[in-house]
Design a protein around this ligand. Structure first.
Ligand code: PLP
Length: 501
């Protein structure tokens, strides 16, 4: 395989890039997402990495996915990115809970699973810039449904040569998430609330990004736009690693023998997390099924069951806000990887944008259904699940994890040939303390911060360090704008120097 063009747009085989170029650009010039033609063709020695410790395993997997980086180079980067930042030495511990295993992805610096990828992305970006001979400052634009924003700012905070602007839906994130973002220190970070929902914010960023590129609005200013959303392949690649560590833990605990297959239940929003599982499977990891769990915004459930993707439906604000998404960007990569047909993907994405819906061809649907199973549950069932898991197993899970747990049980009831199951846990219960308290039938007193203290009182589960005392930090970011103002806001801030002296 030629390293120079091992990545291409999901919408055109003619638009190619090396891995560092793809990381630096974030999104392809035609609006498609960068992907390899096939991850299975790498011929990855998946069994060999299962004997390694975390850093060595991560370095091998990342060097395979991003071929311009050597294993030694990746080893140095993973050590710098992760060392001392997570609560536990094995970044993402696997915890037995009843019959299932919970893969805890939230032990990072902001108690969000996105820390795994966003601790690594700034390092991948800096080295990518060096490899591409780029001396421009990198300006990261990111839309967040809550957790990405904080994790991205934490990752990029004061990294030389980078600045980051985070947009979040004003009414779409929890008080704790909002406070985490509004109090973010760092000379190179900006946070701005947008009047609208997450899809509005994400679409706004995408459109502003493309408009600024196409009209060359930043020409001559030595600023290069990029993204930290999971559309960036540098964001996606680090997530592939924890499917391997989970598998390793299942073998070591004796729940499976080497080579046996596992099922993974994934609380899904933008389809990045679960797509990383698909890539792990393409690399050879014995994954039987990936269970796509949604909340009341169940557009993916319908799609994976019928092949009809239809975003023309009411948007629900739920107790699992990081999954309140009607357009799951990374699904586009799956469509490409299973069809190998960029023209088809391009056509379907144009239909989604023009008509709000598309129908996957029957062969593609069959291929998807061989690997994916989909289900959803509403807020009522989510809260019941939190209460039940707490009573039966004394394990406290957040609302997103509860959705995955609930759908995993639906799957087990519906599919007799299920395998040992890993439920991905994507947030600390303390990020959504009001909903979790309600699920435990404890009456909440006061705001979200009081709820954190109260939840600890009721359960005795320790509060993560980064969430203690959050309400006493100074607020540093107060901007609020309409979606139509996003492009101007970005242009204004791009040329403003310095930001936070
Ligand atoms: C981002 C997020 C998800 C969804 O992950 P995707 O990769 O967007 O599918 C689920 N749960 C939590 C807590 C998240 O922050």
């Amino acid at each position: 395989m030629n390293k120079q063009n091992c990545y291409q747009s999901t919408r055109s085989a003619q638009i190619t890039a090396s891995a560092p170029e793809a990381i630096l650009q974030g999104i392809a010039p035609d609006g498609g997402l960068y992907t390899m033609r096939s991850y299975a063709d790498i011929g990855f020695d998946w069994q060999a990495v299962l004997n390694l410790d975390f850093n060595a395993m991560a370095a091998r997997i990342l060097a395979a996915l991003l071929p311009d980086f050597s294993v030694e180079e990746m080893l140095a980067l993973t050590e710098r990115a992760y060392h001392g930042k997570f609560e536990t030495p094995d970044l993402t511990p696997s915890v037995p809970v009843g019959e299932e295993t919970v893969l805890e992805l939230f032990r990072g610096p902001t108690s969000a699973f996105k820390d795994v990828a966003l601790s690594m992305l700034p390092y991948l970006m800096r080295v990518s810039a060096e490899k591409c001979g780029c001396r421009d400052e990198i300006l990261i634009l990111t839309a967040t449904s809550g957790d990405t924003g904080k994790a991205a700012m934490e990752g990029f905070c004061d990294v030389p040569g980078t600045r980051i602007i985070v947009f979040y839906p004003e009414e779409g994130v929890s008080l704790v998430q909002k406070t985490q973002m509004a109090t973010q220190p760092g000379k190179n970070v900006k946070v701005c609330a947008v009047r609208g929902n997450f899809d509005d914010a994400q679409t706004g960023v995408k459109q502003a990004f493309q408009a600024i590129q196409q009209k060359h609005l930043l020409e001559g200013r030595s600023i290069r736009l990029s993204s930290a959303n999971s559309i960036n392949i540098g964001r996606l690649a680090p997530q592939v690693v924890y499917y391997f560590t989970a598998y390793q833990a299942m073998v070591r605990s004796g729940k499976i023998t080497m080579g046996e297959t596992l099922d993974f239940a994934v609380p899904t929003g933008n389809f990045g997390d679960i797509l990383a599982g698909f890539i792990a499977r393409e690399l050879g990891l014995p994954v039987h099924r990936l269970i796509c769990a949604s909340n009341a915004n169940n557009v993916l459930t319908d799609f994976l069951r019928t092949g009809c993707y239809d975003r023309r439906r009411p948007f629900h604000l739920t107790a699992s806000p990081s999954m309140d998404i009607l357009v799951s960007s990374n699904l586009e990569r799956l469509l490409y990887l299973l069809s190998g047909d960029a023209q088809l993907v391009s056509r379907l994405m144009a239909q989604l944008s023009d008509q709000g819906c598309y129908q996957a061809p029957p062969e593609l649907l069959t291929k998807m259904q061989r690997v994916f199973w989909a289900g959803y549950c509403d807020d009522e069932a989510t809260k019941q699940t939190i209460g039940q898991v707490w009573r039966e197993h004394h394990y406290l899970c957040d609302t997103h994890t509860a959705v995955a747990w609930n759908v995993a049980q639906q799957y087990k009831a519906a599919v007799p040939d299920h395998r040992p199951l890993v439920v991905l846990s994507t947030a600390s219960p303390y990020k959504f303390p009001e909903a979790v308290l309600e699920a435990l039938k404890a009456e909440q007193q006061g705001d979200g911060f009081a709820a954190i203290r109260q939840l600890q009182g009721v359960t005795g589960v320790p509060v993560p360090r980064n969430l203690c005392g959050l309400d006493t930090l100074p607020v540093r970011h107060r901007d609020v704008i309409d979606t139509e103002q996003m492009q101007n806001y970005i242009m204004e801030k791009a040329v403003e120097q310095p930001w936070n002296p």
